[in-house]
Design a protein around this ligand. Structure first.
Ligand code: HEC
Ligand code: HEC
Length: 332
């Protein structure tokens, strides 16, 4: 009986384990996904880029999407919490937009389900760009240069919230990480990662079990957990779903780890400055007090040396700089 059981178990589990070691599991998809009604075209990318960098999309003409998703800061902003209209501080940390094309939910609490839906929210958010969609659309329709570009891209000069969102989302989809050292190593270039990084990768998967949440080429399963930072005024997903089971347990979306070396400070509230400390917290059962921590954060008892090796590995997830020409002139 025992033998049968172990044979059955190995049939089930061996493929699962193999999945973790074959390179397909971490492989970057070749195609950038896009919705059927919003295909990626070169002109739409250019239009979206102008809009992404254009400060006129804010109430006081002083904030663009790039203010908080700045290519110089790994497409985040380098601040603990972002600063928006009237120098107001939000309560959350700006995530990188690298590889957001591959996500199926957006924001730390996953409250948006497409890049198109997401793109309009910061425009109206009071601590971000703080202008109503009605006003921003009026403003843009008064700029002949934009009307001309919208006509070229959408066959209609009239700017509305749908085509505004489509253009911005299309530009964002093109901000993807190309080959990281880890990707090269995964594709068989043995020297692309150092010995310390390979050891770190093994700790990440085995002792640390980090890959139970940070998996796939974008290093996120897009599920939710709470490391127990204890900021009781931010209930993350619970605020959106109001599901009691989530109140302290499963609050924030697992973020990508691509480019993590360049997007300090960390966590949804930017409360931790060093990557080493983040790995220490994640590898040792989350932060105490445990009241706010979800049970998924098991204590893996990573010691100092193991933490250092995982940090070394995470540096192999830094993509080469994404080369784009930042617009300096905008439609008039
Ligand atoms: C004032 C700073 C600020 C501005 C301006 C801003 N963002 Fe953000 N962005 C943030 C913060 C902070 C979050 C996380 C908010 C949350 O989780 O509630 C975020 C989240 C996002 C996300 C989700 C990423 C993920 O991994 O879930 C995307 C995509 C994004 N912003 C794109 C944009 C676009 C497009 C614009 C312009 C229309 C923009 N942002 C303007 C600060 C900003
Ligand atoms: C149970 C799922 C889970 C496990 C296991 C897990 N993480 Fe995370 N990780 C998360 C979530 C959720 C967050 C975001 C928490 C927040 O913002 O409050 C996060 C955040 C991070 C961050 C900060 C990302 C950022 O942009 O701020 C790093 C780095 C990280 N994890 C690395 C690791 C490492 C290394 C391990 C293994 C030692 C690990 N994680 C284990 C779910 C997990």
């Amino acid at each position: 009986m025992k033998i049968y059981l172990s044979i059955i178990l190995s049939i089930i589990f061996i493929p699962l384990q193999l999945q973790a070691v074959t390179n397909d599991y971490w492989q970057r998809p070749n195609l950038i996904p896009a919705p059927k009604d919003n295909p990626i075209t070169p002109q739409k990318i250019e239009l979206g880029k102008l809009l992404f960098f254009d400060k006129r999309l804010s109430r006081a003409n002083d904030i663009s999407c790039a203010t908080c998703h700045d290519p110089k800061h790994g497409w985040a902003d380098g601040l603990a919490q972002s600063i928006g209209d009237k120098k107001q501080k939000g309560r959350r940390n700006s995530p990188t937009i690298i590889n957001s094309a591959y996500l199926s939910s957006f924001f730390h609490d996953a409250r948006a389900t497409s890049l198109e839906e997401q793109a309009l929210i910061p425009i109206e958010t009071d601590v971000e760009m703080n202008i109503s969609l009605e006003d921003v659309i009026k403003k843009l329709n008064a700029i002949d240069g934009y009307r001309k570009l919208f006509l070229e891209v959408f066959g209609d000069a009239e700017i509305n919230k749908e085509n505004l969102a489509k253009a911005i989302a299309t530009f964002e989809r093109t901000i993807v990480s190309s080959q990281t050292d880890f990707q090269k190593w995964n594709n068989g270039e043995e020297n692309a990662m150092s010995k310390a990084q390979i050891d770190g990768f093994n700790i990440f998967n085995n002792i640390g079990k980090c890959n139970s949440c940070h998996n796939g080429f974008n290093f996120t399963n897009e599920r939710f957990a709470n490391v127990g930072l204890g900021d009781e005024d931010d209930l993350g997903v619970y605020e959106v779903s109001k599901s009691k089971s989530r109140i302290w347990k499963a609050n924030f979306k697992t973020p990508t780890l691509i480019n993590i070396e360049n997007t300090a400070p960390y966590f949804h509230n930017g409360s931790v400055k060093s990557l080493k400390e983040v790995v220490h917290i994640c590898g040792n059962g989350g932060k105490k007090p445990v009241k706010t921590r979800s049970p998924f954060f098991r204590d893996r008892k990573l010691n100092n040396e193991e933490v250092n090796l995982v940090v070394e590995f995470l540096k192999a997830l830094t993509p080469p700089k994404i080369e784009i020409i930042i617009p300096t002139e905008f439609p008039k």
